[in-house]
Ligand binder design. Structure first.
Ligand code: ADP
Ligand code: MG
Length: 696
């Protein structure tokens, strides 16, 4: 997706340069360009950063301390003085109305003086910083000029725009007003009337709710685009503003979804699927020796996958399942379907540790079946040198196999000829571009993307709108409960004692720190430093150390010892967050827990509760602020990864969510992913209808 284009690009009159507008010459044009405004359309979509209700201007005498308000008065005094330190300046403006006087102050902005004149009328927006005398510091102002355009700026709700040096609110507002009047009739419905808009909205409807796969009630009522744009700038009520935002957000979402659906359709028209439905010849014995039976959810997902793998178009499927829901077994069965059909498989993991673990797991599972498994990471290859020859050797009848690896799989040398399936684990750590590069290795192999982090629904549809989705919504039975508790620094000694009692019962524990080494302030705990203390605290039990700066060999060794039970406690950074599977570990202690995102903590917690024993996730706050307490409480209250991801999205915003920045998160001008799930879903249905002719 890269930097996604979420705005439609018009052709025609709205695509004209703003310099065709009266009063916009090269200089104004350059100033507007600094705001990203180049065309008429850019100008019409310049989103106000707030609104001012000038039908209800507050008298100066009614202003209250600390409360933001707009007032209006006549300039009665002004002046600039040099402060005692002889460096800073203070410009002061005094305005008056029938109820009192207001002092406005600006530091170090001496040029402010040129904007005002004694006797002129001024709007002032800000908060009182003192009420004796009433004073505002650095308020926003706008001089009232009496001209034929008064009605644009007075006695209505007016937009207040982001500005750049040299432009005034009043000038820009007039410009938008004139552009609107001149071009409003040219603003057409962008989706060729395909969008159906609910009651009170656009009458021209070409798709029925049924064709969109939605119920009547799910169709939002919305104004036509032209009206929404007018409402955006000159709303009649503040509710209008939200109505306009939602309509314009819908258009952004449809534009993005259309791109995704079109990409998918292009892909389908080019690619015929490799027949990978399988024969059950390997899966049967595999399941028989597994030692447990699949959950209903795993079986259902496998049926969906098999239908794709035997279908006409290459599979493009996202497998979502909470931590511990058993995605790896599903990946194994999917791999076997391809191998039974005579094709090789590439499984890509985000870290070497995880690739190594998958390699071990799959070797254990596949060796008895005689299916070769090879590991390919930056630092380690179990494959003979001369990878480039692989393709030709396979063509010579070498058995199909599983390649497990990291980014090394994307590199040029890796090119198995009969690649039938690509599986990507923990997708959010990869960008969409990387995903595409791996898929291009073969002759349109099937693609299965697995995410451990539950992605909030809106983000899921936005990032993976071109993928079909399967969900494992059930955990395997026989898991011990996981208790989550929040503790403070003072309670640490009791926590150590508790962990020792678990170790005495034969269990193991993780202790996670935010940093590898101490920072200057020493406020955030670092794993290397704590290691020296803690390894003594836990004696005679053995403590190991794991962090990203160790050599791959060392990492592997530490992990192997922990897995084999030779180490009892593992001190680590968040490196252990993804995928590790050591069922005997029943304690996850996270220090400075307030430093981690909720979704990330949920991932860490997912490392325990994998066996039959009761498990404990202990979150220790570095600083016990009320915000930290409230945030961490979410984890005490729920184990539901999706609920946690939604909470994280609301608390921290989409950009902050685990690595999502790298995955080509589109930017929206009007869309708000924390609130617009229904709109995104509606947009996807419309886009599918537009691109495919049905919402299917
Ligand atoms: P994740 O979805 O987080 O990748 P894993 O695939 O690592 O989860 O599975 C977690 C653990 O549960 C593993 O030890 C796995 O062997 C086990 N497991 C998976 N499916 C089942 C099942 N149906 N019954 C019992 N245990 C299962
Ligand atoms: Mg996993």
């Amino acid at each position: 997706m890269g930097v996604a284009q979420t705005q439609m690009r018009s052709v025609g009159p709205l695509a004209r340069s703003v310099t065709v507008l009266w009063g916009v010459g090269p200089e104004r044009g350059a100033q507007l360009a600094r705001l990203g405004i180049r065309t008429i359309e850019d100008l019409l979509l310049h989103r106000p950063r707030r609104y001012e209700d000038r039908r209800q201007v507050r008298p100066i005498g009614s202003l209250r301390l600390g409360e933001a308000a707009t007032t209006r008065g006549r300039v009665v005094a002004m002046g600039t003085k040099l402060l005692k330190d002889r460096r800073r300046t203070l410009f002061e403006l005094v305005i008056e109305d029938a109820t009192g006087r207001l002092h406005c102050r600006w530091w170090n902005l001496p040029f402010m003086e040129q904007y005002f004149r004694i006797g002129s009328e001024v709007f002032v927006f800000g908060k009182l910083t003192s009420d004796r005398p009433p004073t505002m510091d650095h308020p926003e102002t706008e001089v009232v000029e009496s001209d034929e355009e008064d009605f644009v700026h007075l006695n209505r709700i007016v937009p207040v725009y982001p500005l750049t040096e040299g432009l005034s609110q009043r000038w820009l507002r007039s410009l938008v007003w004139r552009a609107l009047n001149q071009y409003e009739a040219q603003i057409s419905e962008p989706w060729a009337g395909a969008v159906i808009l609910g009651a009170g909205g656009l009458a021209e409807a070409r798709a029925t709710p049924r064709q969109l796969g939605l119920g009547e009630a799910e169709i939002p009522a919305m104004p036509p685009r032209a009206r929404a744009i007018r409402m955006l700038h000159f709303p009649e009520s503040l509710e209008d503003v939200e109505v306009a935002r939602r309509r314009l957000a819908l258009d952004e979402f449809i534009a993005l979804q259309c791109q995704m659906q079109a990409r998918r359709k292009r892909f389908e028209s080019r690619a015929t699927a490799l027949p990978c439905g399988g024969t059950n010849l390997l899966i049967k014995p595999f399941l028989a020796r597994l030692g447990f039976s699949l959950t209903e959810a795993q079986k259902r997902v496998l049926r969906e996958i098999r239908r794709d793998m035997a279908g006409r178009h290459p599979m493009r499927r996202l497998l979502q399942g909470d931590v511990g829901s058993g995605k790896t077994v599903v990946a194994a069965c999917t791999t076997l379907m391809a191998i039974e059909s005579g094709y090789s498989v590439a499984l890509m993991a985000p870290t070497e540790i995880l690739a190594e673990q998958h390699y071990q797991t799959f070797k254990r599972w596949f060796d008895p079946l005689g299916v070769p498994v090879e590991l390919l990471t930056g630092s380690r290859k179990t494959v003979a040198p001369g990878l480039a020859d692989r393709g030709s050797r396979e063509a010579d009848g070498e058995a199909p196999r599983l390649f497990v690896g990291t980014h090394a799989l994307i590199e040029a040398g890796f090119a198995p000829r009969k690649l039938g399936l690509v599986i990507i684990d923990e997708q959010h750590k990869f960008g969409v571009a990387q995903r595409e590069r791996l898929v291009r290795k073969g002759n349109y192999p099937h693609l299965l993307v697995m995410t451990a982090t539950p992605i909030p629904r809106t983000l899921g549809l936005t990032l993976y709108g071109d993928l079909d989705v399967s969900v494992i919504d059930e955990l395997p039975p026989g898991r011990g409960a996981v208790k989550t508790i929040v503790r403070t620094q003072e309670e640490l000694p009791a926590v150590w004692e508790f962990i020792r009692s678990r170790l005495a019962e034969g269990r193991q524990a993780y202790v996670v720190y935010p940093r590898v080494e101490e920072d200057e302030a020493g406020t955030v705990k670092a794993v290397t430093k704590e290691f020296n203390t803690l390894k003594k605290v836990f004696l005679p039990y053995k403590t190991g150390l794991l962090h990203g700066r160790l050599a791959p060999r060392q990492k592997e060794q530490v992990l192997a010892e922990f897995r084999d039970g030779k180490l009892h406690v593992l001190l680590a950074t968040a490196l252990v967050e993804v995928g590790l599977d050591v069922p005997n570990a029943t304690v996850m202690l996270v220090e400075n827990a307030e430093r981690f995102g909720l979704a990330q903590l949920h991932q860490l917690r997912g490392r325990i509760g994998r066996g039959a024993h009761e498990s404990y996730c202990i979150l220790v706050m570095g600083a016990a602020t009320p915000e930290a307490q409230e945030r961490l409480k979410v984890l005490e209250l729920t184990n539901d990864g999706f609920a946690i991801a939604e909470a994280d999205l609301k608390l921290r915003g989409p950009g902050e969510l685990l690595g999502l920045q790298q995955s080509g998160m589109p930017r929206f001008k009007f869309g708000e992913l924390t609130r617009d799930f229904e709109l995104v879903r509606y947009a996807r249905a419309i886009a599918r209808w537009l691109v495919y002719g049905s919402a299917g």
